[in-house]
Design a binder for this molecule. Sequence first.
Ligand code: SF4
Length: 415
Amino acid sequence: MNRRIAFYTLGCKVNQYETAKLAERFAELGFSVVPETERADVYVINSCTVTGIADRKSRNFARRAKKLNHGAVVAMIGCYAETSADELAHMPEIDVLLGSAGKDGLPALICERLGDSEENQETDGSVSVSYNGADTAAEGRTRSYLKIEDGCDRHCAYCVIPAARGPVRSRAYAAIMAEAAELIRRGCQEIILTGINAALYGDGGYDLIALTKEIANLPGEFRIRLSSLEPTVVNAGYARRLIGIDKLCPHLHLSLQSGSDDVLAAMGRRYSIEDYRKIIAVLRERDPLFGVTTDIIVGFPGETEADFERSVDAVRRIGFAHVHVFRYSKRPGTRAADMPGQIPEQVKKERSDRLMAAAAEAAREYREKCRGATRRALVLAAAKNGALRAVTDNGIEVEIPGGGSLINTMVDITL
Ligand code: SF4
């Protein structure tokens, strides 16, 4: 019986990877994977709980799914389900609740719920979606996430991720190498290494740098991008070792969170703004147009106007290609939730607007600095207007003229 399944995924690249894996598994079990706006027999919400807004979006989608098909099975999985199971157990729209560690078991649970046994599904029976499974992305996908690590043990004061994702777990080195080789064999041109705190990766004597070097040594025309790194682990020396790796894109997401040392200390971030600047200096020494994006929280408890101005100043000086601005969101069970000096929502909004304006100006200046430079770009897909979408090595998304035959190829473009 051909069942229709839809995925609604929130949050980080690790969630995106896990959804892709689950979608592959259900497809092998004979399900048709359809967009989440369509009527389906099963809806899977791969949730996020980094902010209250993410929680709300997950709940809203559960209600929307039941409106699309009242008889559908709605599964809430992942971080929000992990940290708020009691609350979600009372939502009538949710039929299956599965935390972060249990995602692998979803296919069996859904088949049981549908009264179909997993074994009886029409399938080629080749692979399973086990965490260490070596199977990979659909053929010919131009770029693909490759999950290498899960969990975090840093416990920054505002962050619920350690509670949602648990302690640090690194995938087996051999499984990652097998998956990388398979991605390359299938024509993937860009492998994006991702993890909750990827720099904490460690297996069989391989840390993130050693692992990345080994992947880079694999034969084939491809490049590697690191999805994000935490300055709670990475310092200038680490960055110097990292940027020497061949095939590694000169582009990094490095979460700053605040430009004020007092706020960084209150957050438990283990670095100063000066430490952060030193990392950027090492990256720009290698490539003056090295692309850096970041996250900054405004309105952290106790943040003064002067502290906030230091975040604005950091954005103006560091030359970020993009800044994700977050208003501090109180997360149950985190240290910051009980801190004095909680900032009123109106002040958070006002600071968020000001920082976004500074960030837009910084992004415009960075693009201006890149004007006239020739960069290696991967052609991703056709754009709606008939042009082609591409992404440069330093992370700039562009549209270029050209035919479909260029898709999934590397081209030199002048910005
Ligand atoms: S390093 Fe801090 S902010 Fe990042 S996931 Fe870990 S606890 Fe959260």
